[in-house]
Design a protein around this ligand. Sequence first.
Ligand code: FES
Length: 69
Amino acid sequence: MYVCICNDVKERQIKTAIAAGVDTLDGLKSALDVATCCGCCEPMVNDYLDEHHKMSSDANLASTLAYAV
Ligand code: FES
């Protein structure tokens, strides 16, 4: 699915970059040129980043709780 029409960037590319450690909006802009033109896609890119950070936070919490048990 296309996320950034201006720069021809797909959801898969964004998620792959995030999984590879590019987990900031500026990083994604540099790596993929996403959200560097009209900016209409920026909220969706931020949603992917928020989802990633929440999952990372949940994983850290689960890891911490596992040590506590
Ligand atoms: S749709 Fe991404 S910058 Fe325009």
